[in-house]
Design a protein around this ligand. Structure first.
Ligand SMILES: [Fe+2]
Length: 268
C-alpha cells in the first residue's frame, strides 16, 4: 500500500484504489498495467489475486506481497533521474517481497552472513543478505553510494555511528555510537546520507534468522570498514556469496526455503 488511497504497482504506475485485494477470483482476466491488456491474473501457482475498481484494475498478491522478480523489475523501471532517496524508499515500502520467491537466493552460513546478488544494472544492485541469529556486519560506510534496506524475513537492528576523527594518511579513526533502530517487515529504511557509518546486527535476543534486502546505487564492490578497538579503518573488497543463485564461495552453506511467518501476512 502506498500513500493513502493508492496502490503502487511499480514506479510510474499508480492506481487509485477503491476496492482492495481480498480473496481469490478464480477466472478473472485482468488488465495489468505492467504486462499490457488482458494479462491473466487468476489463482495461478503464484497465488495472484485480482480485483477491478471503477478506476483501474489492480493486480496484487496474497498478503500484499510481490515475488522478487516483480520487485526487481519494478526497481529497474525507475528512470535514473527518479531514482531518488524518497522514490526508492516509497517503492520498497509499497512492495513487500514474498520470502518464498527468494528461495533460489537464500543461503545461510554458520561462519558469517551471506551476500546473495539477485539483480544488477548500471544504476543499482539488489542483494539479499542472510543472517543467522547472532551474526552482525562490520561497522562500515557505503560512502557516496545510496543504500536502502528492507526485511524479507525476521528483523535486524541498525546501529549508527558518528565520526569523531579520521586520518586518511594513517588509517586512524574514532567513532561514537549514535542512533539505533530496528528494521522489521513494515519499516524499510535508507542509510542516513548524513551519518552513513553503521552496523547491522541480528541479535540472539530476536530469536530468528533474518533476511534483509539491500538496494545499492550505484553498484559497488568496496566499502570502508572500521574497527572500534584498534581505531583503524580501511577499504575492504566486498565479495558475493552467490550471484543469481550460483554459489561463488567455498564456504560451507545451507540452502534454505523460508515461509512467511503467519503474523507477517499483511492484509490490505
Ligand atoms: Fe550497510
Amino acid at each position: 500500500m502506498g500513500r493513502m488511497g493508492q496502490i503502487i504497482f511499480a514506479p510510474g504506475v499508480v492506481a487509485t484504489a477503491r476496492v482492495l485485494c481480498r480473496g481469490l477470483l478464480p477466472d478473472q482476466k485482468a488488465t495489468n498495467p505492467r504486462h499490457g491488456k488482458h494479462a491473466v491474473a487468476t489463482n495461478s501457482p503464484e497465488g495472484r489475486q485480482a480485483r477491478t475498481t471503477e478506476d483501474a484494475f489492480i493486480l496484487c498478491y496474497p498478503g500484499g506481497m510481490v515475488p522478487i522478480e516483480e520487485f526487481a523489475a519494478g526497481l529497474a523501471s525507475i528512470p535514473e533521474k527518479q531514482f531518488t532517496h524518497q522514490a526508492v524508499l516509497d517503492y520498497m515500502r509499497a512492495n513487500r517481497v514474498d520470502v518464498l520467491s527468494l528461495a533460489p537466493y537464500l543461503y545461510f552460513s554458520a561462519e558469517r552472513y551471506t551476500r546473495n546478488l539477485i539483480h544488477r544494472t548500471p544504476l543499482f544492485e539488489l542483494i539479499a543478505i542472510c543472517w543467522e541469529t547472532g551474526q552482525r556486519s562490520a561497522i562500515h560506510n557505503h560512502r557516496d553510494q545510496r543504500c536502502w534496506m528492507a526485511m524479507a524475513y525476521g528483523k535486524v537492528q541498525v546501529q549508527n555511528f558518528s565520526l569523531v576523527r579520521k586520518d586518511a594518511a594513517t588509517g586512524f579513526c574514532e567513532l561514537e555510537p549514535s542512533t539505533h533502530f530496528v528494521i522489521d517487515l513494515d519499516s524499510p529504511q535508507e542509510v542516513d546520507p548524513v551519518e552513513p557509518i553503521h552496523q547491522v546486527v541480528n541479535p540472539h535476543s530476536f530469536g530468528s534468522r533474518a533476511v534483509t534486502l539491500h538496494v545499492y546505487s550505484k553498484p559497488f564492490d568496496t566499502c570502508e570498514m572500521y574497527d572500534l578497538k584498534t581505531k583503524h579503518y580501511e577499504d575492504v573488497k566486498l565479495v558475493n556469496t552467490t550471484e543469481y543463485g550460483v554459489v561463488k564461495t567455498a564456504m560451507k552453506l545451507e540452502k534454505v526455503t523460508l515461509l512467511p511467518a503467519p503474523d507477517t501476512v499483511h492484509r490490505i
